[in-house]
Design a binder for this molecule. Structure first.
Ligand SMILES: [Mg+2]
Length: 275
């Protein structure tokens, strides 16, 4: 795509892990990106498939890293799941949840009753305190006909000590035992992207996803009609991009190159736009 197409981008959905940071390590350009977007009048929402942390916990993590972002500028798959359920289920609906603060809190805020007694909905996200009892409760409820919804399909979760089983792996177990497949809210499925767009108030063709994964960020973004931007600071190598059947619209080594390209597309020299 051309610089002209870049000039039409009015807002960004920004993935966090592998784009802004890796583990607790902030990545180059992360602290400059948001002041730059504000200076250029480009809207943004930070999105993540991770449902463990709340908005406030993300704000604290990012502030610690020197990335100036407010909690309300973050949209997690936990929040998106609560908003997704709100389309069909009124406050007071009984929900059984496997998950942590970042999922429990938005479900409570939506007015749902979190219970293991005859739930109408089972919601499954990452849970570091997963037990066999929780799996049994979820299994029985789904078998009885409760709606089965998942925050994200990620098979693993990155940690400083290496990958651990993610909530996508929990779904393998429950899908096998119940014979029911969950509805998934997070990337590459459309709901999280759609909710990000709704919050930005922009159309897909004038909104870009910035992410580090071809299978979730780029494929999912393309499915909903977004402009796609891959950064090579995370889990994808330039060799993998070369082999990919569907290429991202833009590939940047890292955020500094993306920021520079956005400035150039507006006819503003990057250095002049720097704080
Ligand atoms: Mg990522």
């Amino acid at each position: 795509m051309t610089t002209d197409a870049l000039a039409r981008v009015r807002a960004l959905l920004v993935d966090m892990d592998g784009v802004l940071y890796r583990g607790d390590q902030v990545l180059p350009g992360a602290s400059e990106l948001f002041p730059a977007l504000r200076a250029l009048g480009i809207g943004f929402v930070l999105i993540t498939n991770n449902s463990s942390r709340t908005q406030e916990q993300y704000e604290q993590k990012l502030q610690r890293m020197g990335v100036p972002v407010r909690g309300e500028e973050v949209l997690t798959s936990g929040q998106a799941t609560a908003l997704y359920l709100a389309r069909d289920h009124p406050p007071g609906t009984r929900v059984f949840v496997i998950g942590m603060d970042g999922l429990v809190q938005p479900l409570r805020a939506q007015g749902y009753v979190l219970t293991d007694q005859e739930p109408e909905v089972v919601v499954v996200g990452f849970d570091s305190a997963l037990t066999y009892d929780k799996l049994v409760t979820a299994h029985r409820a789904i078998r009885r006909g409760a709606r089965y919804v998942g925050t994200n399909p990620d098979p693993t979760l990155p940690t400083p000590d290496g990958d651990v089983p993610g909530s996508g792996s929990f779904h393998c177990l429950l899908s096998t035992s119940t014979g029911v497949r969950p509805t998934i809210v997070g990337k590459p499925h459309p709901p999280l992207f759609e909710m990000g767009l709704a919050r930005l108030g922009t159309r897909p063709e004038e909104t870009a996803i910035v992410g580090d994964r071809l299978d979730t960020d780029i494929q999912g973004g393309r499915n909903v009609g977004l402009v796609t931007m891959l950064v090579l600071s995370g889990s994808t190598t330039i060799e993998q991009v070369a082999q990919a059947e569907q290429k991202p619209d833009y590939v940047f080594p890292g955020l500094p190159d993306l920021i520079e390209a956005l400035y150039r597309s507006r006819g503003v020299p990057y250095n002049a736009g720097r704080r």
